[in-house]
Design a protein around this ligand. Structure first.
Ligand SMILES: [Zn+2]
Length: 269
């Protein structure tokens, strides 16, 4: 089950409290939406769910990270033709693109995964996120979009991404969170989530760390902001049965990746 609307409703209150407390310089005493979600998931375990755990344990999930999709040639971009060829390869090989919501449900034993699952993520909400979405859509694949509040995308464009896939948090200003104190870490995460929820009407429960940067305090800030799992940079295909939920590994795809290196990254060691 997804975290309930109770936790969703708690977030505006959380933000209001946060602003008050930040101004007052007082210690934090927030509701703990993340803790509520964990308790709810425990209650929801069943025999069917246990069976799903066993099934999921043997499936690894490559979680790919893309940024710009254009012909700029910069290291962390891919060209539209390159992405198109990669999508074609994934479909030919029988991969199914899933959402992080479904991945998370599988990790908790509440859903099954298809035989060859993959998650295609796009970070930052740059203008080419729409190009990314259109190319994936041509191949019947869906994406996950980690969008900053400072993204140049309009609310209408962000809603379009949510229809093509899933929109999740990436902080307000794309700052390296380990350089901030706890109140500002909460502000960066919670305000971004509230912003995106207000646009898409969907709960935001997942976060990608900007620059893959996190520390203990930032992780606690994510928990306080209602985030149930956060995605990093680096590592191989994720094992839903053995996750660090606040630093799930992701595999970056670069301009220099031809189909051979792309396939090797997807299939893992
Ligand atoms: Zn980013």
């Amino acid at each position: 089950m997804e975290p309930s609307h109770t936790t969703s409703a708690a977030r505006p209150l959380l933000c209001a409290l946060m602003l008050v407390v930040v101004c007052a310089g007082a210690p934090f005493a927030f509701p703990r939406p993340g803790t509520v979600a964990v308790a709810q998931s425990a209650v929801a375990q069943s025999a069917v769910a246990q069976s799903a755990v066993a099934q999921s344990a043997v499936v690894r999930v490559p979680i790919l990270v893309y940024h710009a999709v254009d012909d700029s040639g910069i290291t962390w971009s891919v060209s539209p033709a390159q992405l198109d060829a990669q999508c074609r390869w994934l479909v030919d090989q029988g991969y199914t693109a899933i959402s992080v919501r479904r991945f998370w449900r599988a990790a908790r034993g509440l859903a099954e995964l298809p035989p060859k699952p993959i998650i295609l993520t796009n970070d930052d909400g740059g203008p080419s996120a729409l190009t990314f979405a259109r190319i994936l859509d041509r191949h019947g694949l869906s994406g996950v979009y980690f969008v900053n509040t400072v993204s140049p995308l309009t609310p209408r464009q962000i809603r379009a991404l949510a229809r093509w896939g899933e929109v999740e948090a990436h902080t307000v200003s794309h700052v390296a969170l380990s350089g901030l104190d706890f109140p500002h870490q909460v502000e960066e995460i919670a305000r971004n989530a509230v912003y995106l929820e207000g646009i898409t009407g969907q709960p935001v429960r997942f976060l990608a760390w900007p620059y893959g940067d996190a520390n203990e305090s930032a992780t606690q800030a994510a928990v306080e902001s209602g985030i149930v799992a956060a995605f990093g940079l680096g590592g191989g295909p994720a094992n839903p049965a053995a996750l660090d939920p606040y630093y799930v590994s992701r595999i970056t795809i670069y301009r220099a990746d031809d189909l051979t290196t792309f396939a090797a990254k997807v299939m893992g060691p």
